[in-house]
Ligand binder design. Structure first.
Ligand code: AVJ
Length: 339
């Protein structure tokens, strides 16, 4: 598919940050319309989770990270803070490329670790939300003006070729975002990663670990209802962009843990029968009362299973950093082989 690239200064006073916009030439609304249409046509209805992150969805996700039940962000941040020096020492000077960076809050700790080693890191941040990138850049320019940041609006697939060009590099994939991929998508992701990293390059991976189902379900059903609002925003977005005509008040967030699949499964349950209109395509879908549309899976991992799996793609685990409770892990990986 042809790519259109455009770079524009984001006007932070010429401090050297740039925003590169890599976007498919397709109309993004049409893209969303087609994804929804495809997802609603299947047996098990679903919508790809990346569409959760429009400007409002990205803001809601940030609010989720601050909820008391959502331990993931805080735990990962504490692990990162404790081990940045080791990570920076191990990799030495590398370019940092973060996938799905959101607003890059956690990454600031990492960048500080490199600065403390006397390395002024080059930081490339890749996200599908241009709003999140702009916010990240603003905050980073204020907190760490020494860091040269480039924001890239792109999907992971679009960003992979950059890794090879930026080597020596450390790719960064935090927050257990990898958990959004089903088994096939994860295998494809790791194959692509291995193909695009050069031998000796690094990968820093954050994963949420298997734990008590009650703790997991609480994290995805916060009392303040922010996660529910995040799920429902996908349907509000359909109304805004596709003129879908959904009564969002009759759509309910459902998140349950499947111990058999080691994953949280998130869906929107329609409380009454509704018609979803996809205006750009001129199509309609009837959703019956009680029917569910899957919006996300969030897989949970066991380090003892993950490391041999990653090794099968040529990614060696150099370190596993975890918290005292063993709730979350940061894996420092290195692409094996000789240059
Ligand atoms: C950003 C995919 C890591 O799975 O925990 C949080 C998304 N969804 N609450 C996760 C999410 C609902 C989050 N990831």
């Amino acid at each position: 598919m042809p790519l259109q690239a455009a770079a524009a200064s984001t006007g932070n006073g010429g401090r050297g940050a740039t925003m590169a916009v890599i976007q498919e030439a397709d109309d993004p609304v049409l893209d969303f319309a087609q994804a929804v249409a495809e997802g609603l046509a299947g047996q098990q209805m679903s919508v790809p989770c990346r569409y959760l992150y429009d400007a409002r969805g990205s803001a809601l996700f940030e609010a989720i990270c601050a909820q008391p039940e959502y331990y993931l962000t805080r735990t990962e941040e504490s692990i990162l803070r404790r081990h940045v020096a080791t990570i920076a020492e191990t990799t030495g000077p590398v370019r940092l490329v973060e996938l799905g960076s959101g607003t890059s809050v956690k990454t600031q700790h990492l960048l500080r670790g490199y600065l403390e080693q006397g390395v002024a890191p080059r930081y490339v941040s890749v996200d599908v939300s241009v709003a999140a990138l702009a916010l990240a850049e603003q905050r980073l320019a204020a907190a760490l003006p020494q860091v040269q940041m480039t924001g890239v609006e792109a999907t992971y697939e679009q960003a992979f070729p950059m890794l090879r060009e930026l080597s020596p590099v450390m790719a960064i994939f935090l927050g257990s975002t990898i958990g959004n991929f089903d088994a096939a998508a994860a295998a494809a992701f790791w194959q692509q990663t291995a193909d695009h990293l050069r031998p000796g390059d690094y990968f820093l991976l954050g994963v949420d670990l298997v734990k008590d189902a009650g703790l997991l379900e609480a994290a995805y059903n916060d009392a303040a209802g922010v996660t529910a609002a995040f799920t429902c925003n996908l349907f509000a977005r359909m109304n805004r962009e596709l003129d879908a005509g959904i009564d969002v008040r009759a759509v309910e967030h459902v998140a349950t843990y499947s111990a058999a699949a080691s994953q949280i499964e998130i869906a929107a349950r329609f409380l009454r029968r509704q018609t979803v209109h996809i205006a750009p395509l001129g199509t309609r879908y009837e959703i019956a009362a009680g029917e569910e549309i899957r919006t996300e899976v969030s897989r949970k991992f066991r380090v003892a299973e993950l490391t041999p799996f990653l090794a099968s793609f040529g990614l060696e685990t150099l370190n596993v950093f975890t918290d005292d409770r063993g709730w979350f892990a940061l894996l420092l990986l290195q692409r094996a082989g000789h240059a």
